[in-house]
Ligand binder design. Sequence first.
Ligand SMILES: *Cc1c(COP(=O)(O)O)cnc(C)c1O
Length: 396
Amino acid sequence: MTNPDGRFGIHGGQYIPETLMNAVIELEKAYNHYKKDPAFNRELTELFNEYAGRPSRLYYAEKMTGDLGGARIYLKREDLNHTGAHKINNVLGQALLAKKMGKKRLIAETGAGQHGVATATAAALMGMECVVFMGKEDTLRQALNVYRMRLLGAQVVPVMTGTATLKDAVSEALREWTSRVDDAHYCLGSVMGPHPFPVIVRDFQAVISKEIRWQLMQKEGRLPDVVIACVGGGSNAIGSFWHFIEDKGVRLIGCEAAGRGVDTQETAATIATGKPGIFHGMKSYFCQDQYGQIAPVYSISAGLDYPGIGPEHAHLHDMGRAEYVPVTDEEAVNAFEYLARTEGIIPAIESAHAIAHAMKIAPDMDRDRIITVTISGRGDKDCAAIARYRGEDIHE
Ligand SMILES: *Cc1c(COP(=O)(O)O)cnc(C)c1O
């Protein structure tokens, strides 16, 4: 899918300062070597299985299927992984790669804190130093995750620039990497940033669709008709799509956070409302204001409120191979409550965006059709916020 220069169609690339070129070239070389190294792959599989708890279950949601009265629904349970989300797949891969490259220090950015916690976890496991950049606003909103990262031995650096949120944390982490390239690896959290990050993160997350494929073959003897996942930067979605891209009969649907609606300013739906642009080292679609500046984005889900989308998704959209649909806060909250009541599974509010779309389309599909929905993470972290959304104040 990628061209040698790291482009996906017109998207992707390496729009970075001269001072970072050596770092990304070194990273690409190392990755191209280790991805073919049987010992590296054995070690990573061992970490996935013994530490993260893979393979994650592909669960037939019988009650939800019966209730909606249409397509058969399977849930890919990434919420059951160690640290409670898909992020550990990417982080274990990158931490192992960094270790092989002789790096002693992991740098990461984090929004809600989920990727920071996952990176701090891998750093603790592998005996590496860890520095996490987090917008000051986010450190206040996500105090529990700040505590978790510190407990795991990481240093958390609050970022005061810009809107003091995720995009500013990414910028700061890139800056820090520039000054520490010799001993540090930047463990990027999604399929974004300059090449080779979108490729590396996608490859480590592709384990999701690899498993869905054989698990569904075992259970149903065939491929799914529709694969649904939520999209922030797009790592759990591309991981869920990857092994089905060549199978033209499989519909791929990414669910973006529409926030209060795509016709309001309070949205994070990049494909629905964004325009092509260049930011954080890549060409892709971004939410922008009338002057082409990155627009402030909003979603009830902290994991989905990034103003861009990974370049491979931008390309899949341009080609018409994958569809991207907006899902509002209200629809996601309804789906969050629905899955809890119907299946006894509390999904991350991010994942609830994908559930919401399955609830929309399943009833109109024949009963012999199959939908898989990726539950990217568990929802314990969201309970207080959802209670607040419903007007109830509970202590965290
Ligand atoms: C971070 C996160 C996301 C969004 O990131 P992607 O790169 O788009 O997958 C989605 N779900 C959960 C649970 C997350 O923690």
